[in-house]
Design a protein around this ligand. Structure first.
Ligand code: HEM
Length: 151
């Protein structure tokens, strides 16, 4: 049976996660320190507020996409399309990224304060989960490539 997710949706996911990965990495901030801003066309990566807002925009788009996909999976696709191990791992990582990202959004609100140790754990978890999502994408590409047999 053909996969229910269209190419358009797959590309939307790839572009949104790429936006989040780039703008998230620039929150650290590394663009100026490592002279990434000197590369023609990449000067905007040194603008913290711009990348910060773009990360929030990416997060909103990801939430919309995930809500759409989760609703359709529960109501329509679940019976005929079980999640693969990769799909399950990706769903878990994205859910954990959304949860830890939401705590970081709360932390950024002016009237909200958390004690330093737990919030540091959440910050590290968000960064570690982003790294694991990238690693999983590479593993999946590797697994796909090894399944393609030469003619
Ligand atoms: C694929 C999804 C995502 C990736 C790859 C990603 C990646 C990152 C990375 C690498 C950082 C910097 C980590 C650090 O400073 O230690 C970051 C920061 C942050 N992320 Fe995400 N993120 C994702 C999704 C989200 C979502 C869904 C939200 C909100 C619900 C979110 C909210 C935040 C916030 C608030 C920060 C801190 C910005 C600041 O410095 O104030 N992220 N993200």
């Amino acid at each position: 049976m053909s996969p229910p997710i269209s190419r358009r949706i797959s590309w939307a996911y790839i572009l949104v996660v790429a936006l989040l990965a780039v703008t998230g990495t620039m929150q650290m901030p590394i663009a100026s320190r490592y002279r990434i801003v000197a590369v023609p066309g990449l000067g905007w990566l040194g603008d913290f507020w711009l990348t910060h807002r773009l990360h929030y925009l990416g997060a909103a788009l990801l939430l919309a996409l995930v809500s759409y996909l989760a609703t359709r999976w529960v109501l329509e696709w679940r019976r005929d399309h079980a999640l693969t191990a990769f799909g399950l791992a990706r769903a878990g990582l994205v859910a954990a990224l959304i949860a830890t990202g939401a705590v970081r959004v709360l932390k950024n609100l002016p009237n909200v304060s958390f004690s330093p140790e737990p919030i540091m754990l959440v910050d590290w978890a968000h960064l570690g989960l982003a790294f694991l999502l990238g690693l999983l994408a590479l593993l999946r590409l590797g697994a796909k490539a090894s399944c393609v047999r030469p003619r």
